[in-house]
Ligand binder design. Structure first.
Ligand SMILES: [Zn+2]
Length: 116
């Protein structure tokens, strides 16, 4: 890799002129990444990105976890409702099978009696 490949475009953070401290960019990009994989340093009480190792605001991570928990609870409830319906249908099918087997047994018995 050549030396020049490392060069990046650098925007001035402060306007040139009489007041060197006047911000040119009013709203800077957040200085944290969008990586989803995070790890908590419990001792330091801080959260870091697992991929780029930068610190991530703990509140944002908490908010994302809360939203994903809500989605999980909602889809779990749907799955449980579907499972209850399917369990009911299975019980009906088992009952139907028992009835059919009983009818076959009775029919065979009758056929044997008639054949004697
Ligand atoms: Zn990252």
């Amino acid at each position: 890799m050549g030396e020049n490949e490392e060069e990046a475009v650098v925007l001035p953070l402060f306007a040139a002129g009489t007041d060197d401290e006047a911000p040119l960019l009013m709203k800077a990009k957040p200085d944290w990444c969008r990586h989803a994989r995070t790890e908590v340093d419990g001792e330091a009480r801080r959260v870091y990105c697992r991929d780029c190792k930068r610190e991530v605001p703990a509140f944002d991570v908490l908010q994302r976890l809360a939203k994903s928990h809500d989605r999980f609870v909602s889809s779990r409830d749907t799955a449980q409702r579907e499972a209850r319906v399917l369990r009911g249908e299975l019980e009906n099918l088992k009952r139907e099978e028992r009835n059919v087997k009983a009818r076959i047994r009775n029919a065979k018995k009758k056929a044997t009696e008639l054949g004697e």
